[in-house]
Design a protein around this ligand. Structure first.
Ligand code: BEZ
Length: 252
């Protein structure tokens, strides 16, 4: 994952990412556990883990986001690490992750799961959520049509698996799957330009090499096509679908 984030904008305008992640913390069982927040971003959920009494620390590949996390929560430990090559200097009772794994290519998921397995203690809990099958299908469909209207090909930049596919990856990686759910979660976006800003923030790779004025035109076409379905009563909604899972590493 080599993404350059506008960390301040992400923190201020896309706070729903961690706000929704908060209920995911309820899947963790036990008290006073050590927990790694994998792909911690600006550290908001690492902080919440710590407020819930866990011995929490964060890891993220992005230097920009870690800078924000360290400035906001200087009392917590944050490490720069990529999930696919994760090598921490200790094992944890919990590895937690919110809204991260769709950024990792399907081909690299098994390696990432193996790294998480090694990072957990026996009986450790792997609790996570990310974009599941059908996530943002309306948005990516409209982007695909807008690219095609300008004779360009839209390459889907994310991995959004089914429950069956992902549970199989986890089981092959040695985990026991306790919970795996695909949940529709229409998500309110901020402001009159909510969808435009969302595309600008999150959909970067397909626009690489496309001249700026053409990018602008494609995004405008996409937003106008989706106004009828995703703009209601003055608010934009993104058609999110979450894959929410809890898996456990067996006892040694
Ligand atoms: C998600 O959280 O599902 C997501 C966010 C941005 C881009 C793709 C997926």
């Amino acid at each position: 994952m080599n993404i350059h984030w506008d960390a301040e904008k992400y923190t201020h305008d896309f706070a729903f990412v961690h706000q929704y992640g908060s209920s995911l913390l309820d899947l963790i069982e036990g008290e006073k556990l050590s927990a790694l927040d994998l792909g911690c971003g600006n550290g908001a959920l690492t902080k919440e883990l710590s407020q819930r009494g866990y011995d929490a620390e964060g890891a993220d590949a992005s230097g920009e986001l870690l800078q924000v996390a360290r400035a906001r929560y200087p009392e917590l430990r944050f490490t720069q690490a990529d999930a696919v090559n994760l090598r921490m200097d200790r094992q944890y009772d919990v590895v937690f992750s919110n809204a991260v794994f769709h950024w990792i290519d399907r081909e690299k998921q098994a390696d990432m799961i193996a790294r998480v397995y090694d990072t957990l203690k026996p009986q450790g809990q792997f609790v996570f959520e990310f974009g599941g099958y059908g996530n943002n299908a309306l948005i990516h469909g409209a982007l695909g049509r807008a690219f095609a209207r300008r004779e360009l090909t839209y390459q889907m930049p994310f991995y959004f698996p089914t429950v069956g596919e992902y549970a199989t990856f986890l089981e092959r990686g040695g985990f026991l799957v306790k919970t795996a759910l695909l949940v529709d979660r229409p998500t309110r976006l901020k402001g009159e330009d909510g969808l435009y800003e969302w595309i600008r923030m999150f959909v970067k790779a397909p626009f690489e090499g496309v001249p700026p004025d053409l990018c602008e035109e494609i995004i405008r076409l996409t937003v106008e096509e989706l106004r009828e379905v995703l703009y209601r009563d003055g608010t934009w909604y993104a058609d999110y679908v979450r894959l929410r899972c809890k898996a456990v590493k067996p006892a040694a």
